[in-house]
Design a protein around this ligand. Structure first.
Ligand SMILES: NC(=O)C1=CN([C@@H]2O[C@H](COP(=O)(O)OP(=O)(O)OC[C@H]3O[C@@H](n4cnc5c(N)ncnc54)[C@H](OP(=O)(O)O)[C@@H]3O)[C@@H](O)[C@H]2O)C=CC1
Ligand SMILES: O=C(O)C1=N[C@H](C(=O)O)C[C@H](O)C1
Length: 250
């Protein structure tokens, strides 16, 4: 594949490393700081370079603009940027109106999707056991801007969809006790933690913990590259779950 990397930061560098290891080509690295080939993604760049896809791990404020640019140019776009769930509908409209290809994921590592499946099952299992409360934490490096993480919000929604006691997500700062129907998502920022998400089911007798601990950014980056490959030749708005379902033969 010939890829444009949009957002040349921690993830952009990891994605470049994996692409080059695979023998793919990186026709441009784009970053507003000027440390790269271009300062911003434009239709002209896409028309000149004609990449097979753009892979974007940037900031939430540019997600809609870049969706429009790639969609109008007919270039498939894979986005890992988080913190824009309020604009998913808008992006979906853009992609469908231009009949282009788009795939988004809050977490591209296969392990995170195994974690999601375990959490869905566990959240349902405690429905007949009111003695168990359920809550979660996420830990990330001290450079992460958004909070809670996209993965934590994805996990929290999966808990709410499967557990009959939790109906609302509450995040920090709290400064009050939580209500029975509230699912607390606590975020910690510090050090160089790549991304750790844990769900706890706690009773007077015991605690059950389910944790996904990323060891590096490699899993996220590899997942985004494989998702870009999967997206080739497709049209429409997809999420990483569509790719994972195919990968797992579901
Ligand atoms: N879905 C997943 O699996 C994963 C998602 N993420 C998400 O990816 C995003 C990026 O994470 P990370 O790489 O650690 O962050 P970084 O801050 O290291 O990288 C983001 C890069 O995007 C650049 N940027 C900002 N605005 C634009 C723009 N308009 N056009 C092009 N580039 C731009 C920034 O430039 P500058 O430095 O000059 O500001 C920066 O270099 C976050 O939202 C994070 O949550 C991260 C890991 C996994
Ligand atoms: O910013 C990060 O680093 C990460 N962000 C994603 C998220 O917000 O869930 C995925 C991963 O946890 C790393």
């Amino acid at each position: 594949m010939n890829i444009v990397i949009n957002g040349y930061g921690r993830m952009g560098h990891q994605i470049e490393e994996i692409l080059l290891e695979r023998g793919d080509t990186v026709s441009a690295r784009i970053d507003i700081s000027g440390r790269s080939d271009y300062p911003d993604l434009t239709g002209a760049i896409l028309n000149e370079l004609k990449p097979d896809a753009v892979i974007e791990f940037a900031t939430e404020d540019c997600v809609v603009k870049h969706a429009e640019i790639c969609s109008k140019a007919g270039v498939p776009l894979v986005v890992g940027t988080t913190g824009w769930s309020d604009r998913v509908g808008k992006v979906k409209e853009i992609i469908e109106s231009n009949n282009s290809a788009y795939l988004y994921g809050s977490n591209f590592s296969v392990g995170a999707h195994m974690f999601f499946a375990l959490v869905e099952k566990a959240a349902a299992m405690i429905n007949p056991l009111p003695e168990y409360d359920i809550f979660m934490t996420e830990f990330h490096h001290n450079k992460k801007v958004d909070s809670p993480s996209g993965t934590a919000l994805t996990t929290a929604h999966k808990i709410i969809e499967n557990n009959n006691r939790k109906t609302e997500i509450v995040i920090d700062p709290l400064q009050r006790k939580i209500e029975e129907n509230e699912l607390h998502v606590a975020s910690v920022r510090g050090g160089s933690v790549p991304g750790t998400h844990s769900v706890y089911m706690d009773s007077l007798a015991d605690t059950i913990e389910i944790t996904h601990r990323a060891r590096s950014r490699k899993g996220f980056a590899m997942g985004s590259v494989l998702a870009a490959q999967w997206l080739m030749g497709k049209k429409g708005f997809f999420t990483i779950e569509d790719y994972i379902k195919d990968l797992l033969g579901q």
